[in-house]
Write a protein that binds this ligand. Structure first.
Ligand SMILES: Cc1cc2nc3c(=O)[nH]c(=O)nc-3n(C[C@H](O)[C@H](O)[C@H](O)COP(=O)(O)OP(=O)(O)OC[C@H]3O[C@@H](n4cnc5c(N)ncnc54)[C@H](O)[C@@H]3O)c2cc1C
Length: 444
């Protein structure tokens, strides 16, 4: 019987295993060093904050794996021999595969900062990192976070719940400046700064971490020469594919494992999915490496079909994402770049007091709707997906915006204001939509 071996029990590896099992009776083994059972990485912060136990983050009960005839091995794969299709592990005997799926995830970036390996200095990615953070922050009062992305914000929220003051060092002149446009970034910054104990330092870079005689971090020195005392340093300047152990002269690796549209690598019977995969030809405007939860799940489903004999290409559809900056909800549909691109126009509506912002992007000439960022307002995915797929105009989107909104109360208050602001800015005369065509789009 064909043996499918998956390295990595994160969302992508586990989804692949589940779908292969749905479609076949192949022998399936998942190997992972981090934990025996699959857990939700996105929920790690809630363990630290005391809202969940580690067991609560595991979507499947222990008997699920037996019932579905999926073998779990908790061990570290040191080397893959592609010629005889064998995996060499740290503790257990080698395992032979017929088909190999690499679903090995990411690791936090470290850019060779002086002092980055001192005690009390760490990233946040794995369960081990979480346990280390628990120990590292036990007696801390002041923390520095280097890099202001989504994981940095989560780390700050975690630390503040333990009354540890947080200073962010952010290289750019605005928060998450590589991703968010100026207005959006300012809204997030204002929201973050409302939290007592949190300070944002923009255009400030880490030069060096200073330690005591026991090699425990006690301060950072910035590029501008300032010394900031601290007992904990969080390194959250992004993540990159965790592929060092796979490097050699056989598997094609650039930043991630290079894959074709069906997720196959350059070696026969080897595939890569999730955070560690890098598309040779990215899909439309999508990035070659996608490091989000739902894309890992989609890649897992896709590779399962290919392995079970119905090869398909990875087709993730329109880009979307969502996150929370403390209490401020953020969603994005389509591509809102940090700067407007050639040929794009924008319409921004915001209410600073209520922390609401809608940032629409559309084509300057044709008025085709391209993308939206929303803050403080939750929108319906299926409605925006429909608008993007049908090349709806910005006027159609504005007129029917109510249909995309989850919260009817919001529209009672702001609908007229948004439409009037749009009409004024673009010299239009849009009126509210009255028909109910959109109802067919919503889940019944
Ligand atoms: C704190 C945090 C919060 C996040 N929040 C969000 C969010 O809100 N929304 C979102 O979309 N995304 C979020 N992400 C990103 C998301 O969690 C990842 O994109 C996703 O988990 C990647 O899944 P994966 O299956 O590709 O890899 P992983 O989940 O990283 O799984 C890979 C596994 O392979 C194991 N492994 C690697 N090498 C070996 C080896 N040689 N031998 C054995 N085992 C090995 C690793 O130990 C790991 O367990 C967050 C990430 C973090 C760290």
């Amino acid at each position: 019987m064909e043996h499918v071996v998956i390295i990595g029990n994160g969302i992508s590896g586990v989804t692949a295993a589940r779908y292969i099992r749905k479609m076949s009776d192949k022998r399936i083994t998942i190997i992972s060093a981090e934990s025996k059972y699959f857990f939700s990485r996105t929920a790690l912060m809630y363990i630290y904050m005391g809202h969940m136990s580690f067991e609560d983050t595991q979507p499947y009960e222990a008997h699920f794996w037996d019932k579905n005839n999926i073998d779990l091995v908790q061990d570290y794969v040191q080397k893959v021999n592609y010629d005889d299709k064998t995996l060499h592990l740290a503790e257990t005997t080698p395992i032979h595969y017929d088909k190999l799926i690499l679903a090995v995830g990411s690791k936090p970036n470290k850019f060779g900062w002086k002092g980055q390996d001192y005690h009390g200095v760490q990233g946040l990615y794995s369960k081990k990192d979480l346990d280390l953070m628990e120990r590292n922050t036990r007696n801390a009062q002041e923390a520095i976070i280097v890099g202001g992305g989504l994981i940095g914000v989560e780390m700050a929220e975690m630390l503040l719940t333990r009354n540890i003051n947080v200073t962010f060092l952010i290289r750019e002149d605005r928060f998450w400046g590589g991703v968010l446009p100026l207005e959006d970034s300012l809204m997030v910054k204002r929201h973050l700064e409302k939290h007592n104990g949190l300070t944002l330092r923009l255009e400030e870079e880490l030069e060096e971490i200073v330690a005591d005689e026991e090699k425990r971090a006690k301060a950072v020195i910035t590029k501008k020469g300032e010394r900031i005392p601290c007992q904990f340093v969080g390194l959250t300047a992004g993540v990159s594919p965790n592929v060092d152990f796979l490097k050699g002269d056989q598997l094609e690796i650039e930043r991630g494992i290079l894959v074709n549209p069906d997720l196959s690598a350059n070696i026969p019977d080897v595939y890569a999915i999730g955070d560690c995969a890098q598309f040779k030809q990215p899909n439309g405007q999508r990035k070659p490496i996608e490091q989000v939860w739902y894309t890992g799940r989609m890649m897992g489903e896709t590779v399962a079909q290919t392995i079970c004999g119905s090869p398909v290409e990875y087709k993730p559809g329109n880009w979307f994402n969502s996150a929370k900056f403390f209490d401020l909800e953020y969603q994005t549909y389509g591509w809102v770049w940090n700067e407007l691109k050639e040929g794009e126009a924008e319409f921004i509506w915001k209410n600073d007091e209520k922390e609401l912002l809608l940032h629409f992007i559309f084509d300057k000439e044709s008025h085709e709707f391209k993308a939206i960022n929303t803050f403080g307002i939750r929108m319906r995915h299926e409605v925006f997906d429909h608008w993007l797929n049908t090349n709806a105009s910005i006027e159609e989107v504005i007129r029917n915006l109510k249909m995309a909104n989850f919260d009817p109360e919001f529209y009672k208050h702001f609908e007229k204001e948004i439409i009037e602001a749009f009409n004024k800015q673009f010299d239009q005369n849009i009126k509210l939509a009255k028909n109910k065509w959109w109802k067919s789009l919503l889940p019944q």
